[in-house]
Write a protein of this length. Sequence first.
Lengths: 158, 118
Amino acid sequence: MKTSRVAALLLLAAVALAGCGGPAARWIDEAAAAHAQADAFVRGGEPARAARVLDELVSRPVPAGVAAQDRRAVLQDAYARLAGLALGQRAPAQALRYAEAGLALGEARDVFTSALRTSRGRAHEGLGQDAEAARDYEAAQVVAEALLQQALSGRGAQ
Amino acid sequence: MSPRLLAAALLAATACAAPRPLPRNGATDADRAAALAEDRRADDLERALSTLSLEDKPPDCARACELVEEICDLSRRICLISGRHEGDAELASRCAAAEQRCRRSRERVPPSCSCQPR
């Protein structure tokens, strides 16, 4: 998922939670800050440090006040990025673990599932598990096709 | 008929429909049935109008183009795998289905979006 889309999503969630204050809003703010920090590390050629920041984000407990869909979106987005970073560092086994962790939070017809299925497919491919890779790519493609339908009907990305 | 024209026609139809008085105590079953049928027609029109207003939104071309590229990239990946496993009927069929999805996606995007292949 593009960084601008992630930023927009986090901003949206932060705005939605702004009135609530408290730990839920703080967690969303921290997630946005972690992504910004990871962006800076990636730009500076330090993907391992970017991964550490995001790994810390997914490892910390999520406050009870965070809505289930926000929790899933923020965590799955971070897991997909972590999987992408691991793939970039030629660590498919690590990428597979991250993608699995993200998908374990639930699948839907959205960008998160599509990104995680694609990452898991690439991880499987890196591990020589071609049949599993093809299945994941196909699942990602089916979700992307549904998202295309939404984009064409002017309902934008979900 | 374009969605806009159809919406206008539906609006005109609702605007022209004379308000029907509520059945009084002495109303017959036929009156009540007619009132109910009219309510249903009004609900149907309302639903049709909301659907039209949704369908009438312009497509998100940037996102659509991005998704088409994603779909076709996934198709390439699936077919590369299939190519490495000659004789695997399941992978060959996945490749064929994936290519079809890629083609279908390209065809679904209106020319006005003018997607540039990467």
